[in-house]
Structure formats: C-alpha cells, structure tokens
Design a protein around this ligand. Structure first.
Ligand SMILES: Cc1cc2nc3c(=O)[nH]c(=O)nc-3n(C[C@H](O)[C@H](O)[C@H](O)COP(=O)(O)OP(=O)(O)OC[C@H]3O[C@@H](n4cnc5c(N)ncnc54)[C@H](O)[C@@H]3O)c2cc1C
Length: 152
C-alpha cells in the first residue's frame, strides 16, 4: 500500500469523484430518448450504473424492433424500464448517507442493522437480489434474466 500512498503529497494529485442524481419524470419525448447516466445518473453505492445503461440499450433495441413507430417504441421503452430504474434510483439515494456522508448516526446504524439483518435469509436474499441488479421494487417480481435473449 505504501508504494501507492507515498508519492501522494498534495491534494492536487487526486481526482475528485462527484456524484449527482439525475431524476426525470420520463425519459423520452416523442422521437428523443435519454439512456444511461444521461437519463438516471446515481451515486455508485450499488455499482449498477453500467448495468442500468446496458439494460436500457437492450430494452430500447427490443422496442424499436417490435413497435410500429419510433414514438411508440420510445413510449413503450419508458414504461418497460420504469420499475427497475425507479427502484435503483430510490435505493441508491437512500444508501448514500449510510455509506458516504459526514453523518455519524447513519453509519453507526448501518453497521449494526446490516450485519444482524444479513443473518436473516429473507434480508440476505433481498440484498443479494438488489446487488445482482434484478430488483424492480419491494413487492414486485424480480426481473427474469432468462427472458433476455439474443435480439439478432
Ligand atoms: C466513482 C464511480 C464509481 C463507479 N463504479 C461503478 C461500478 O462499480 N459499477 C458500475 O456498473 N457502475 C459504476 N459507476 C457508474 C458507471 O461508470 C456509469 O453509470 C456508466 O459509465 C454510465 O455509462 P454511460 O454510457 O451512460 O455514460 P458515460 O460512461 O459517462 O459515457 C458518456 C460518454 O459520452 C461522451 N460525451 C459526453 N458529451 C459528449 C458530446 N457532447 N459529444 C460526444 N460525446 C460526448 C463522454 O466523453 C463519455 O465517453 C461508477 C461511477 C463513478 C463516478
């Protein structure tokens, strides 16, 4: 570790990572659509940003291939992506103060509740599904990755 840290003598040598939450009521407007971080950037607590962008691209292609017009495809795209994206946007915003903040009570609670909660199979399963990227809400069925097949 020393070999990496010793050369660091000035804060100027570090690159600051800035996060912003992008929250939009919907991601398309007639013939224009935003996908990936442009549509829903979030802080990287769940490490899902790249995955979300890829899922967007997959769904967008699927809709463009199956709908009769571009506006129809974009409208169906926004509907299809809604629950998955909203869940991860919500979870990422909720987790940020627990993992990256100057607060003291929230991280203290995190260490106690997450450790003991993970002993419960249901909680552990919920956390694993979230980290795998398949959750679509608290009560909604998980995304079925088996449905993702080749488009070509
Ligand atoms: C510190 C940090 C850690 C992260 N860790 C993870 C992780 O572990 N796992 C994970 O899945 N995600 C992680 N992410 C999030 C992930 O990096 C992003 O969600 C993902 O890169 C978004 O992909 P994107 O293609 O939507 O956008 P970007 O990767 O930002 O790509 C947009 C591209 O467009 C280009 N561009 C911008 N403006 C223009 C223009 N006017 N003309 C032409 N080109 C332009 C940019 O140069 C860029 O290459 C992390 C993010 C951060 C900041």
């Amino acid at each position: 570790m020393d070999e990496f840290l010793k050369p660091l003598v000035d804060a100027e040598q570090l690159a600051a990572a800035r996060y912003a939450d992008v929250v939009m009521p919907h991601w398309h407007d007639n013939r224009v659509v935003l996908i990936g971080d442009a549509a829903h950037a979030m802080s990287p607590q769940l490490e899902q940003g790249a995955n979300m962008g890829l899922m967007d691209a997959y769904e967008l292609v699927r809709q463009l291939m199956s709908q009769p017009s571009v506006p129809d495809a974009l409208s169906q795209y926004s509907t299809a992506r809604k629950h998955h994206l909203r869940y991860y946007q919500w979870a990422s915003r909720w987790l940020t103060p627990l993992f990256q903040s100057y607060r003291t009570a929230a991280p203290w609670l995190r260490d106690r509740l997450m450790n003991s909660g993970n002993q419960l199979p249901m909680v552990r399963r919920f956390g694993a599904d979230t980290l795998v990227g398949v959750k679509q809400g608290w009560l909604r069925a998980n995304m079925d990755l088996g449905e993702i097949d080749s488009l070509w």
